[in-house]
Ligand binder design. Structure first.
Ligand code: PFF
Length: 444
């Protein structure tokens, strides 16, 4: 490759960025985090943080990436020569790799479900409920580790093929199809008897549930779901040509994400209450509830296959973005050896992820700061790494960039520009600082 790939079209870039953003964060993590932390209170905080804190950082990452046209670390080095800003790129690379280490655990669960769905074994039998089925899958160390490895193999396969052919082609039709699927599922879930209790859980706030840990976790979720704070979006925007509108692309990505998150909630919570489950079931929530909803539909055992295929793709469009940042940073300006670096990086991430997989089974007793290994890695990345990364990115775009530079990059109506500038200079960094300090004090 003599010159860097670029996205072939604007819609290709938006879909790829949205593909990175929309994934397990919206469909798997958002419902169980909301379920564990008081439903509506978490959801309200999450939406507010997404628009006022996470979205401005997304815009900033797009700016930094497009200006640099190189990997995240080199981008900071070029734009701030001799200054330590590039450490933000390294921090992001490490964090994104750690996220992938546990993301691939859940990706593996999807593969396990898919194999069962293909053989029509994804149903609650007389002797086995969906909860038991889920636990049987995650507790079996061989199956879980094998499935995690398979998921990473697919991720590596796409990343080594290069940005344009792999990512853009895949994103184009999968996201809209997934969206339609969710609409159908929402209708089914909302028409179950007793569904309204789930709506109440999602939208009527119980402010007694408000505490600093919930606030920090909602902030972490707002970052996680937009893939913000770990320089992944810097990496993607580095493939972006000069003429694209960064502002509208960011808003598109954020809106798509909110929609899918809320739709996932509207499928899961009504069904939780209608079918007699608990909202605070933890990481298994979506995996227990979604098949149960399909079981309530005609031809459900066929649709569930399609659904898990789409979910797998949505998950892959996120996982490839995490491996992509590692590969691009290691490749740097050399632009060679993409294949070898993708394999070695993927293998290392696999090894680092094995303890997270086992923490649902044979290592479930191991605790780090009162959390399972999986939860600890999740908290380290989401609760600590992402806010720190986002904080520095907001300072870089807000203060290090001259306003003439950011104005030209954003290239939008002055009103929008100044709203963004105020958010990125004052609201984002100050809010992150307060929430981070209070949240961390609360957790430890
Ligand atoms: N945004 C992805 C999701 O919600 O599933 C997760 C993610 C992707 C987080 C890429 C971080 C990242 F760098």
């Amino acid at each position: 490759m003599s010159s860097r790939d670029q996205f072939a079209s604007k819609i290709g870039f938006i879909l790829a960025a949205a593909g990175s953003a929309v994934g397990l964060g919206a469909i798997w993590k958002f419902p169980y985090m909301a379920g564990n932390h008081g439903g509506s209170v978490f959801i309200i905080l999450f939406i507010a943080f997404l628009f006022f804190i996470s979205l401005p950082v997304l815009v900033a990452e797009f700016m930094i990436g497009r200006r640099g046209q190189v990997d995240a670390v080199t981008s900071f080095k070029q734009q701030a020569p001799g200054k330590p800003w590039y450490l933000v790129g390294y921090l992001g690379t490490i964090m994104a790799s750690l996220i992938l280490s546990f993301y691939s655990v859940v990706g593996g669960w999807i593969l396990s479900y898919l194999i069962r769905a293909f053989t029509f074994r994804l149903k609650s039998g007389d002797s086995e409920s969906f909860e038991q089925l889920f636990h049987a899958i995650i507790q079996n160390p061989w199956e879980a580790v094998f499935a995690q490895g398979m998921f990473l193999l697919i991720t590596i396969g796409i990343v080594q093929a290069g940005i344009k052919s792999g990512i853009e082609r895949a994103s184009k039709w999968m996201m809209p199809t997934l969206f339609i699927f969710f609409l159908i599922l929402v209708v089914r879930s909302l028409t179950l008897p007793g569904a309204m209790e789930g709506i109440r859980f999602m939208f009527v706030p119980d402010w007694n549930q408000l505490n600093w840990e919930t606030v920090l976790l909602a902030l972490g979720q707002a970052f996680f779901t937009l893939s913000v704070g770990v320089s992944v979006m810097i990496t993607y925007a580095s493939y972006l040509g000069e003429n694209e509108q960064i502002g509208s692309a960011s808003i598109h990505v954020a809106l798509m994400n909110i929609f899918i998150s809320i739709l996932a909630g509207l499928v899961i919570f009504p069904a939780v209450f209608a079918l007699g489950f608990q909202p605070d079931a933890g990481p298994g929530l979506a995996f227990v509830i979604l098949p149960a909803v399909f079981e309530q539909m005609p031809l459900g055992s066929l649709f569930v296959i399609l659904f898990f295929i789409l979910l797998l793709f949505a998950t892959l469009t996120s996982s490839i973005s995490m491996l992509e940042i590692l590969v691009s940073v290691v490749i740097g300006k050399r632009r060679t050896n993409r294949v070898r670096i993708a394999w070695i990086g993927g293998l290392l991430i696999f090894i680092v992820g094995i303890p997270s997989t086992l923490s649902f089974g044979i290592w479930s007793d191991v605790q780090i700061a009162n959390k399972s290994i999986f939860d600890a890695v999740d908290f380290l990345t989401n609760g600590i790494g992402m806010p720190i990364g986002a904080f520095f990115i907001s300072l870089f775009a807000g203060y290090y960039y001259k306003t003439s530079v950011s104005k030209q990059e954003l290239n939008t109506h002055p009103l929008f520009y100044y709203v963004w500038l105020i958010l990125i200079r004052f609201v984002t960094p100050i809010a992150i600082l307060i929430i981070f300090i209070q949240g961390i004090r609360n957790v430890f």
